[in-house]
Design a protein around this ligand. Structure first.
Ligand code: SF4
Length: 375
């Protein structure tokens, strides 16, 4: 069964926090000009903004197509923001925009604004795409969901972050804004180390100034010894992002990246877990690309058995990507996926809480960690 065809029916406005979050992350939110900021372009889920929903850090789409027509909106209440559904306030729902971090006001000595080097994700994660270029960015090669080239085109970032600049920004963000962990990702600069060596250089530089947990993300490098190089540099966890466990979908949606087969990913998972340990390796699994639901769950189960945390996220149809006009998966489908993946995590004794750093730890782009807590 194709998971996009799975359920067309809309869910009613949710009352429980986890259902509400699922619906918000799919439908997005109209901010009505009441919040500033938001992130457009870049690697990973974007066109969104960080909020605290009942105290939980969450990323909610505010800048993509679905958000423009979302039934959810913000209104100004007497003592803060009110979350509304079709114009009616949802009672007892506390929502607050994560404040703009203080380090955004600073620049390097040579005049590069810190926010072009790294940005705040969720409430306490510092994230940077250390190499913004990707060998797969040609129009016929790029992953159809990805917007990594757009932030460079818009001038909101720089192509390659210097290790010493990253260290400078980490120091400031830790001191001024109390960040708790760091995520370094990269476009794929070559077909060999795939950015791992440059990530290691960046991690080493950050380790001169900070002991915060660091998560790195790249494609599986050709040389397995690079996992140890990254670990020795000071990385605590790694993300090897398969994106989908349905090989047909991978070939359709990722014409170039799918040359790295699922089997290569599973071998890479084993190698990476041998170095970083169980629960310290994760993989992004995007739901809503037309994938088969059972193949997806089987892939999550196989990865989890190896000690890999399958970080399931709903497709974000991002502006400027080929999937811009595709509908996100239904909230009902996401509820089912979250429930079933949370059960797999429980069986394999994996959790967001036990991840040391990165997307699995932060969890703000997914509702999975809330479902883990349901037990
Ligand atoms: S889950 Fe990952 S991409 Fe999303 S906000 Fe957290 S660190 Fe950033």
């Amino acid at each position: 069964m194709n998971s996009n065809e799975h359920v067309k029916q809309e869910v009613a406005p949710a009352t429980r926090l986890e259902s509400l979050l699922v619906d918000l992350q799919n439908k997005g939110l109209r901010t009505e000009g009441l919040t500033k900021g938001g992130r457009r372009g870049g690697a990973g889920p974007t066109d969104d903004q960080a909020f605290l929903l009942e105290g939980q850090a969450v990323m909610i789409p505010t800048l993509n197509g679905p958000a423009e027509h979302s039934p959810y909106s913000l209104a100004q209440g007497p003592s803060g923001l009110l979350l509304q559904y079709e114009g009616k306030s949802l009672p007892f729902t506390f929502i607050e925009a994560v404040r703009r971090p203080k380090f955004y006001e600073l620049s390097t000595k040579d005049g590069i604004p810190y926010h072009k080097i790294a940005v705040l994700h969720g409430a306490d994660v510092l994230a940077s795409t250390v190499i913004q270029n990707c060998i797969r960015w040609a129009p016929d090669k790029r992953c159809k969901f990805c917007a990594i080239g757009h932030s460079l085109e818009q001038g909101s970032t720089i192509a390659k972050k210097k290790p010493e600049h990253l260290a400078e920004v980490v120091k400031a963000a830790e001191e001024l804004d109390g960040i708790k962990h760091i995520t370094l990702t990269t476009g794929t600069p070559n077909e060999t180390d795939r950015g791992a060596l440059y990530l290691a250089e960046c991690v080493r530089s950050i380790r001169q100034v900070s002991q915060l947990p660091i998560h790195v993300q790249c494609e599986p490098p050709d040389d397995d010894s690079l996992y140890q190089v990254l670990k020795d540099a000071g990385a605590n966890s790694i993300g090897l992002h398969v994106e989908s466990f349905d090989e047909e979908v991978r070939q359709k949606v990722m014409p170039s990246k799918s040359q790295i087969s699922l089997e290569v990913y599973f071998q890479a998972f084993e190698k990476a877990v041998a170095v970083f340990g169980r629960n310290q390796v994760s993989t992004y699994v995007i739901i809503g690309l037309g994938e088969d639901l059972e193949k997806t769950l089987e892939g999550c189960r196989r990865a989890a058995k190896l000690g890999v945390y399958p970080f399931v996220v709903p497709l974000r149809p991002l502006r400027g990507t080929e999937l811009e006009n595709v509908s996100p998966p239904s909230s009902e489908l996401m509820l089912e996926v979250y429930r079933r993946v949370a059960a797999i995590l429980q069986e394999e004794n994996l959790s967001s809480a036990n991840s040391s750093a990165g997307c699995a730890k932060c969890g703000a782009c997914s509702a999975l960690s809330l479902f883990e807590k349901l037990g």
